[in-house]
Write a protein that binds this ligand. Structure first.
Ligand code: ADP
Ligand code: TYD
Length: 199
């Protein structure tokens, strides 16, 4: 059974929209759902979010990667682990796969070293299903309404991130499901609901 679901994709792929609608649909069916987003979800995590996404700091790439990992470790310990212990379904808008794609590939730090650092902080609390909302880098950026410190880096970063997500999904076909993000939100949500029923 799926207990921890992550929605991933490049900026503007529709993660927030899909996650919101999915959580609503699940709750309407009586599922106990804990919805989170990364970075954030704890007081320390929200403070880290304002540092790492705010436009006020010029961060070194490793400082950026470690801040994301720090917010994530706090969220896993304080929110995700207790929710899983209670038997709730955890749905997250982004996960450590965002760091593998953005910091590992996008910033060029290396996917494997970023994976090791994040998995050390997570202590086994990792998603068991990842839905990748797939869209062209150009279309994603065009859809985006707000620009943060990362998405202002532009189309080249967005392209490297999109390619990295494809590789991550191809490497783990058992854990990743790829969905065309150009489809209507209602169809995307229905497909994820079906997946949750089947698995
Ligand atoms: P993300 O969280 O991945 O950055 P958002 O959910 O904020 O993406 O969506 C970005 C924009 O695209 C929003 O204006 C949203 O309404 C729109 N959008 C999201 N999903 C779809 C979709 N499947 N079809 C058309 N527009 C969408
Ligand atoms: P998010 O709030 O999901 O923004 P968007 O709705 O634009 O996708 O994420 C903010 C930014 O943070 C986004 O550009 C991706 C970036 N990010 C990373 O670079 N690494 C990470 O580990 C995470 C969680 C996000």
């Amino acid at each position: 059974m799926i207990r921890y679901l992550a929605v991933e994709g490049i900026d503007g792929s529709g993660k927030s929209t899909v996650t919101g609608a999915l959580v609503e649909a699940l709750r309407a069916r009586g599922r106990s759902v804990v919805a989170v987003r990364e970075p954030g979800g704890t007081p320390a995590g929200e403070a880290i979010r304002s540092i790492v996404l705010g436009r006020g700091f010029d961060l070194d790439d490793w400082a950026e990667a470690l801040l994301f990992a720090a917010a994530r470790a706090q969220l896993a310990a304080d929110v995700v682990a207790p929710a899983l212990e209670r038997g709730d379904l955890v749905v997250t808008d982004r996960s450590y796969f965002s760091s593998l794609a953005y910091q590992g590939a996008g910033r060029g730090l290396g996917v494997e070293i970023v994976r090791v650092v994040n998995e050390a902080g997570l202590r086994g609390i990792v998603p068991d299903l990842i839905v990748l909302l797939r869209i062209d880098a150009e279309k994603g950026l065009a859809r985006e309404d707000e620009r943060d410190r990362i998405s202002v880096a532009g189309i080249d970063l967005q392209r490297r991130v999109a390619e990295a997500y494809d590789h991550l999904a191809a490497a783990e076909p058992g854990r990743f499901v790829v969905i065309d993000a150009a489809r209507p939100v209602s169809e995307i949500v229905a497909e994820i609901m079906k997946l949750l029923e089947v698995r």
